[in-house]
Design a protein around this ligand. Structure first.
Ligand code: SAM
Length: 278
């Protein structure tokens, strides 16, 4: 079997003298069944070019290489990036030429080498999960689908619909690019070291973005949620120039100035961003 077991992860870590860091969100999957589940849930097939962020020791990478035509793995840690080709050559030699490792901070990614990627599958470093996801959706427009493992609480926020308690900036921005949904829960024991939070799976399918300008829309989203307890009229006063100007623009977009930002969907925000200024 090519997938890494707990014993494999342990022996690789010992040989590399690895000390997983919290800063880089290094929690490695030690359970082949979890990897199989992730690959199955992601729906990755033989036609897919997959981008993975944070391959770590290669637990998920090996599972992806078993099915995809190509995997581009973006890793920030030079030791892990350096070791990955050898791990794949050892465990899955017939697929080794399908892997390309990129040593880079995913938060600086503007593209990936080779054919346009179609799917994004990752067990994301938890402290940068949302910005990494949004960055890839922005900079890799060929991505059609994806599955990411994130902190359970972040998963809830990403998929939250308007009006719910966890709805906020990550929800609206992710929903600009894609239909985003919960795709399962993951316990702590499938990782080494075990994190002190539960994890959740989030699947996405790219959608036609709303009509309007993305940056202008994200600016109004940031303003609306910066003061989420206030009415939109008050919260958007700075953004519009004054409370009266905010009220005017809200009315022009057909939105109640007394409402709160958390009731607006991404299409409402897009409409508001392009509403005429008197
Ligand atoms: N995919 C592996 C697994 O499932 O076992 C490891 C996942 S671990 C949660 C996160 C990985 O992301 C680590 O390998 C870490 O070094 C890497 N990483 C952290 N920050 C990163 C960044 N900004 N860009 C790219 N990789 C990053």
């Amino acid at each position: 079997m090519s997938l890494l077991t707990a014993a494999d992860v342990r022996s690789l870590a010992t040989r590399l003298d690895l000390r997983p860091t919290k800063t880089l969100g290094q929690n490695f999957v030690i359970d082949p069944n979890t990897v199989r589940r992730l690959v199955r849930t992601a729906g990755v097939g033989v036609e897919d070019v997959v981008v993975e962020v944070g391959p770590g020791l290669g637990s998920l990478t090996l599972g992806l290489l078993e099915v995809a035509t190509r995997v581009v793995a973006v890793e920030i840690d030079p030791t892990l990036a350096g070791e990955l080709p050898a791990t794949v050559a050892d465990r899955l030699p017939e697929r080794a030429d399908r892997l390309e490792v990129v040593l880079q901070d995913a938060l600086t990614l503007t593209g990936v080498p080779g054919p346009p990627p179609t799917a994004f599958v990752a067990n994301l470093p938890y402290n940068v999960a949302v910005p990494v996801l949004l960055r890839l959706l922005e900079h890799l427009p060929s991505l059609r689908t994806g599955l990411v493992m994130v902190q359970a609480e972040v998963a809830d926020r990403l998929v939250a619909p308007p009006g719910s308690r966890t709805y906020g900036i990550p929800s609206v921005k992710a929903q600009w690019y894609a239909d985003v949904r919960r795709a399962g829960a993951i316990g702590r024991n499938v990782f080494w070291p075990a994190p002190n939070v539960d994890s959740g799976l989030v699947a996405f399918t790219r959608r036609e973005p709303p009509v309007g300008d993305r940056e202008a829309t994200f600016a109004v989203v940031d303003a609306a949620f910066a003061q989420r307890r206030k009415t939109l009229r008050a919260a958007l006063a700075g953004w519009a120039g004054s409370a009266a100007a905010a009220e005017e623009r809200l009315r022009a977009a057909g939105i109640d100035p007394g409402a709160r930002g958390e009731v607006l969907g991404v299409d409402d925000f897009a409409r508001l961003a392009s509403a005429p200024v008197a």
